[in-house]
Design a binder for this molecule. Structure first.
Ligand SMILES: Cc1ncc(COP(=O)(O)O)c(C=O)c1O
Length: 306
């Protein structure tokens, strides 16, 4: 998806013109994937612009950095203020927010500890990641031959740049087969997640999703959807899921910041169906929250100040 250019990017404490937010080609992160990042959304709500669970996203950014020995040069409050500042500076009401903390220029070699740590926050408008049609009628997913990341090879709980080489392999594989998104299995053959989404299965009215120990990113949308479902009186279980659980689901959907809540209507050659009743209720509640029309979860929305 092409990036729509904006005016400014927050870079190492300052707002710089979009075209001047540059790094050296010998930056450590470019060679070794030594960056951690977030994907966050700001919504144009009925009460003004507000960021969805900004604090939780920035906390995860800090945890990701810690897992890869990276001291974040800014406090959580500074990053929070910088996020508000860059949204305002670009005059955006709704946007996608991409903070990135990475090992910069000055050192080569795998040992990262002496390489400087840089930070940027960029914002731009970004629509439905898996398409409006997919949000309304469901997407087609394929179980990928690429294994999800496991806890012994990488710091799985981190949202790190290098991890996405794994996602890229799965995404290219399934899209070249004509599908929209990948479902990745872990080293035990259990369901983990999509290339950039968590997955949920509905069976007999129970909402199920893989455990965090199954090789998934602890999604903030995942957490939000579980809380929404509990508030509706739906039973929610985090448990190991197999490919059969996915194929035999009554309803199936992906969650993620970019994707939001996206029904899956087909897996491999199995037809799951049009978006089911629980998926639709959760989608509806999610939209009410991000549009600022929901009181119960109003605390998920952090108003953009200024
Ligand atoms: C691999 C992966 N899993 C799950 C998610 C969903 O996480 P979140 O809901 O926090 O965006 C993402 C998106 O960031 C992701 O890249």
């Amino acid at each position: 998806m092409p990036i729509e250019e904006m005016e400014k990017i927050w870079m190492n404490g300052e707002l710089v013109p979009w075209g001047e937010a540059k790094v050296h080609v010998l930056s450590h992160a470019l060679h070794y994937g030594s960056g951690v990042f977030e994907g966050i959304r700001c919504y144009d709500t009925v009460r003004g612009s507000a960021v969805f669970r900004l604090r939780e996203h920035l906390r995860r950014l800090e945890r990701s950095a810690r897992l890869y020995y990276m001291p974040v040069p800014y406090s959580l409050e500074e990053l929070e203020r910088a996020t508000h500042e860059v949204i305002r500076a670009n005059g955006l009401k709704a946007c996608y927010i991409r903070p990135l903390v990475f090992r910069g220029y000055g050192e080569m070699g795998i040992f990262p500890m002496k390489a400087p740590v840089d930070a940027i926050i960029a914002v731009w408008p970004w629509g439905a990641y898996l398409g409006e049609e997919g949000v309304a009628h469901g997407i087609r997913a394929k179980v990928s031959g690429i294994q999800a990341l496991d806890h012994t090879s990488l710091a799985r709980a981190a949202k790190a740049s290098g991890h996405y080489l794994n996602s890229i392999l799965a995404k290219v594989e399934v899209t070249s087969c004509g599908y929209d998104e990948a479902i990745m299995l872990n080293e035990h053959g259990h369901v983990a997640e999509g290339s950039g989404e968590n997955i949920f299965v509905v069976r007999d009215g129970v909402l199920m999703t893989p455990l965090t120990s199954d090789g998934i990113l602890e999604g903030i949308t995942r957490d939000s959807v579980m809380k929404i479902a509990v508030s509706m009186g739906v039973e929610v279980r985090e448990r190991t899921l197999t490919r059969s659980d996915v194929v035999l689901a009554d309803e199936l959907f992906f969650t993620g910041t970019a994707a939001e809540v996206v029904p899956i209507r087909e897996v491999d050659a199995h037809f799951i169906g049009e978006p089911g009743p629980l998926t639709l209720r959760i989608q509806e509640k999610f939209h009410a929250i991000v549009e600022g029309r929901d009181e119960e979860f109003a605390h998920f929305m952090e108003p953009v100040e200024g």
